[in-house]
Write a protein that binds this ligand. Structure first.
Ligand code: ADP
Ligand code: ASP
Ligand code: MG
Length: 413
């Protein structure tokens, strides 16, 4: 007997009909002789709506307060809790047995980094008890509980992390990630109409693509899948097409120089000017920022003639309210010559492929394509398997299309 963990994203459980469709899929997997666990997201845009509601309450009457993180998590977990009960009911209505659990009920323990908590452990006994009785087990995605009993969320897209963690803990044969597109494409198919579905992609490439803006899978989930060798099959919940398999790299994959392109649309550059040029300053700045749990990128340091340095980096727009207090504190500590500025309306376009390790000329081809289309590159960063360019946000979608065309990603390799 096999064991399958399925995950249904927001669009795939957006109404009663879709909930029944997801239920049918879980029942079919069970009918094929598998034990089945199902992870669900909040229905449709529920999470966004809850965030908006919190903002309304916190800015009511002209005050402008950021919601306390603990309370925000307390609010957001309710979205997934609605879905688990409804999908269990749908399975019952179709004549099969199911039982639903919140993160806390299956002992999904996390650290206490509210809004971006990391999974520490899952109590698999309770889940196996129910699976062994022939039930389909439904688990709320995106949520956990601290050892002290506070509820936490796992970052946007965190149901992917629940899927993979459950897959690893239960020793699943496959994690099926059901979403609203047919699989992983060479670029976001909603932005690049000619994007092509990829059959198989390596963990490392998917890790880069997710981190660089392909929100179809959460980066942390891919990281976890790689670490525990969990196979993910990304599929469309509305049809039976074969999707994309995310697997360990094979030698064949290096033949493909660029596998995909990605876009981050909303970045801000933080520049700290007049920083004393002495050992330990960068460590201090980035240490303080890291302790706010924020990922920074594209760090540039320029040393000036007067023994000061300018340090700049980019962060996602949504992280600005978390990072600003840390930056302002650092500026104050460093003294009168230091100043921080924030430049919004930036984007990052990237290409990713394990074949870059063994092929040359990729960067030049990307830069030329952007230049030919009058897209100005403000900064470049590279790793072994990716090249990224910071550009103006207003040119973002065009830049993604241009780069996709330059590497002929629409053509099957
Ligand atoms: P779910 O609610 O199922 O978790 P998401 O909205 O989080 O779905 O992710 C699916 C979306 O990810 C797609 O609708 C698509 O617009 C976007 N996306 C971005 N990059 C890619 C890519 N390379 N391949 C497929 N989808 C992508
Ligand atoms: N509902 C959460 C979100 O919108 C988690 C998820 O969908 O994966 O981010
Ligand atoms: Mg998602």
């Amino acid at each position: 007997m096999g064991l399958i963990v399925q995950k249904f994203g927001g669009t795939s459980v957006a109404d009663a009909e879709r909930i029944h469709r997801a239920a049918r899929r879980a029942i079919a997997a069970k009918g094929a002789g598998n034990q089945v666990a199902v992870v669900v997201s909040a229905m449709g845009d529920t999470t966004d709506e809850l965030i908006d509601l919190a903002k309304q309450v916190c800015s009511f009457g002209g005050c402008d307060k950021v919601p306390p993180k603990r309370e925000m998590d307390q609010l957001l977990v309710t979205g997934e809790q609605v879905t688990i009960a409804l999908i269990a009911m749908a399975i019952h209505a179709q004549g099969h047995e199911a039982i639903s659990f919140t993160g806390g009920q299956i002992g999904l323990v996390t650290d206490n980094a509210f809004s971006k908590a990391r999974i520490q452990s899952i109590n698999k006994q309770r889940i196996f008890q129910e699976l062994d009785q022939g039930k389909i087990v439904i688990v709320a995605g995106f949520q956990g509980v601290t050892p002290e009993g506070d509820v936490t969320t796992l970052g946007r897209g965190g149901s992917n992390a629940t899927l993979v963690a459950l897959g690893a803990t239960l020793g699943a044969d496959v994690c099926e990630n059901y979403t609203d597109v047919d699989g992983i494409y060479t670029a976001d198919p909603r932005l690049v109409p000619g994007a092509r579905k990829i059959e198989k992609i390596s963990y490392d490439e998917m890790l880069e693509l997710s981190g660089l803006g392909a929100s179809v899978l959460q980066t942390r989930a891919v990281e976890f899948a790689k670490k525990y060798n969990v196979k993910i099959h990304v599929r469309n919940s509305q049809n039976d097409h074969e999707g994309t398999w995310i697997v360990a790299e094979t030698p064949h994959m290096e033949h493909i120089v660029v596998s995909g392109a990605a876009l981050k649309k909303d970045l801000i550059r933080v520049s700290i000017k007049g920083v004393p040029d002495r050992p330990g300053i960068a460590a201090k700045i980035f240490g303080d920022i890291a302790s706010a749990n924020i990922v920074v990128d594209d760090i540039i340091q320029t040393v000036m003639d007067d023994n000061t340095a300018n340090i700049s980096f980019t962060v996602e727009h949504g992280d600005l309210h978390d990072i600003k207090p840390a930056v302002e504190r650092i500026v104050k500590e460093l003294g009168a010559t230091t100043q921080a500025t924030y430049q919004a309306d930036l984007a990052k376009v990237s290409v990713v492929g394990v074949g870059m390790r063994t092929h040359t000329g990729v960067a030049q081809r990307m830069f030329k394509a952007l230049a030919d289309n009058k897209v100005n590159i403000q900064n470049i960063s590279t790793s072994e398997i990716k090249i990224s360019c910071i550009i103006a946000k207003e040119q973002a979608v065009k830049a993604l299309q241009v780069v996709h065309d330059a590497f002929e990603l629409e053509k099957a390799k």
